[in-house]
Design a protein around this ligand. Sequence first.
Ligand SMILES: Cc1ncc(COP(=O)(O)O)c(C=O)c1O
Length: 384
Amino acid sequence: MTELVSYRTEFDSIQSCHYLISNSLGAMPNRATALTKEYNEIWSNRGVRAWDEAWWNLPREIGNKIAAVVGASEDTITMQPNVTSAQATILSCFDIKPERNKIVMVDGEFPSLKYLYTRWTEGEAEVQFVVSDDGISVPMQKLLDAIDETTLLVPISHVLFRSSTIVDAAAIIEKAHSVGAKVVLDIYQSIGAVPVDLGALGVDFAVGGLLKWMCGGPGACFLYVRPDLAKELTPRFTGWLAHENPFGFEAPPMRYSEGSYKFLNGTPAIPSLYSCQAGLEIITEVGVEKIRKRSIDLTTHLMKAAAERDWPTFAPKDSSERGGTVALNLPDAENIAKRLSAYDYLVDFRPGAGIRVSPHFYNKFQELDDLVEQIEYIISRNWD
Ligand SMILES: Cc1ncc(COP(=O)(O)O)c(C=O)c1O
């Protein structure tokens, strides 16, 4: 594992702090600086010619690089500014009919998606939230039972953002497909930390972003549509980049292009598509299987330290069910998290979960020991 720790030299951003927050924003790799410079130079030297020479195909090129990480085929992934708009694109593909008007979600889903699905479908669909008894585990039987012949969509995170619980995506997809429902798998909290194989899963849609475990910076999110479905669907949330002849500036009706660009809309966020390539390259080099192994060792180490101190944790105890994050659900966690930040321990606080700690492949066990010691010190000072 020294091989993984040797990647620390690739990250100046982690040298003067304990960077333990990949669940939120992954650390910036040094290689991103050169890519940002490259973008600036092309913009400056080539001006508008940059579209033809370098920029127009970028969403497809980056999509194909992501596809290689998540087991998808070429030209099935397109870039999006964020996951909420990627899911809006999916929603816009469907007419909600009374006989198939149910959307099934879990209560541990990321709030932005709960807001989107409830508001978008208001008056037309019933959004059913399946509630977890302990807030951590996913009640699989209840969830599978909720998916029936009236279900249109099941939007579900592969790894839940608050508890880091890994969801059994294969079982959900199997049930959904058996009743004619479709699954939107949000792999934001798994890509780069937990292996994902979209092709093997046969999932209908997947969304995610490179800003967390892929160390890619904000603005580089993506949408996968299974190739056979991509042929059938026509998103209403669309724009000129999705047109078969974008530079024809034709009047409607819309004529969609084929492949991933069918699901684009307006002008992509090109600067983000430059900087995100650094993390993508590094994670591809390191390999997600290796990262997962290291991640399990790191989170197990932290779980053990917490258990030894009787600190409550908000994460599955079984490492095979746990993603890359362990939340320490300590009394006064919010204040402790603020103090930690003042000491350059980069973690965050989420109500109901506590202090979320997300070590990545470049973190050392010593950093987790330092964190535990620092928390003990903060608790012992009993401020306020
Ligand atoms: C699972 C999951 N989905 C979505 C998001 C955010 O979505 P968006 O890109 O729309 O901000 C997050 C952010 O933390 C997340 O953890």
